[in-house]
Design a protein around this ligand. Sequence first.
Ligand SMILES: Cc1cc2nc3c(=O)[nH]c(=O)nc-3n(C[C@H](O)[C@H](O)[C@H](O)COP(=O)(O)OP(=O)(O)OC[C@H]3O[C@@H](n4cnc5c(N)ncnc54)[C@H](O)[C@@H]3O)c2cc1C
Length: 389
Amino acid sequence: MSQTRSPDAFATLRAKVRSFVDEVVIPREELRRAGDSGWVAGTVADLRRQAETRGLGSPRLAPALGGMGLSWEECCGVFEEAGRSFLGPGALFCAPPGQPDVMALDRLATPYQRERYLLPLAKGEIGSCFAMTEPAPGVGSDPRMLKATARRDGDGWIIDGHKWFISNAGHAAFAIVVARSEAGVSWFIVDTDNPGFRVVRDVATMVPFEVSGHAEVLLTSCRVGPEALVGEEGRGMEHSQLRLEGARLFHCMRFIGLASRAMQIAQDYAARRESFGARLAEHQMIQAMVADAHIDLYASRLIALDVARRLDDGASIRHESSMAKVFVSEAVNRVADSAVQMTGALGISEDVPLSMILRQLRPFRIFDGASEVHRSAIAKRAFAKSLAP
Ligand SMILES: Cc1cc2nc3c(=O)[nH]c(=O)nc-3n(C[C@H](O)[C@H](O)[C@H](O)COP(=O)(O)OP(=O)(O)OC[C@H]3O[C@@H](n4cnc5c(N)ncnc54)[C@H](O)[C@@H]3O)c2cc1C
């Protein structure tokens, strides 16, 4: 189902999210505290409570999990509004890793896992992380390089592995750990207070307004019981694909919001600032940057909307979500880069949020599959017929 509300009711909801973001969330962004993760976490938690009292919590989650139950299509508009602020996706609980973890567990969790992990996570009582990536020679872009192991021990497993860039690992109550068991790649839930689970360090990155950081984690003789297995043993790659397809689309939607905010700030500057006897907005090269940015944003919205509608229809989005991820991740970076260029030195300062928007958007060309890896997969599928014997 693509619409859960009438067009009028949805327009009202979207306007409500927009005014919440403009009037409550954006004013709480203190740029000089963008690197203070403790302050960011406290601010996001407070904003999340405020969003919930306005009935704006967890747009995509089912009402049974305390969410708004929006369709994927409806999420496009709501996430774009939320994404205009660095703090918006956290405030509405539509940010990774919690949101995609909830959605994946909602499909895969056993009744015990639902009660113990999914429900408290959906309510915001605990945090989660998803631990797949490993330092070389382990898994990065190539899923076949997974090194973490889970070997049978009585009725449970012993997990050994070295992970890094695990978002929120330092604050999570549990991790979904991807490891290789006898039947193949599998998912396991590991409590982060398990003596075999250790956060080694937080890996500092260029990303501002981080609630959680990205941690390096060691799993050493980490014993878990039979209840730790998530979904089916040996089907962990399919589970990861399921989690990633939705996560990618959510990133596209919210980053369209952030890029469009960057362009608005740059346009406001260009409308006032003068050079060579004219306002910047009157110079054709500035106009070209603005036009190209709007073309990129328009195309990004349409491509995200199309993938969302396919998801609502229950269609496979493997190919389309790859194309959307490549296009949107590169388009929003072009838009933010032009916004910085148009704003001159002010653009690269921290007096305005533009340089931070650029830093927030840049990693999207790498995580959830680097552009090159998606292009390679898209081309293989496109060539599949022509190359068939
Ligand atoms: C902000 C952020 C948050 C993250 N959060 C998490 C998390 O919560 N959990 C988690 O498990 N992981 C997380 N990651 C890791 C992310 O999933 C990996 O960075 C990603 O899978 C790429 O792996 P890699 O970094 O090892 O790059 P590598 O595999 O080393 O690749 C490096 C580069 O090589 C190029 N490349 C790779 N393969 C090909 C190819 N076939 N053809 C052409 N070029 C290629 C690409 O340009 C790629 O960027 C996060 C990363 C970032 C940046």
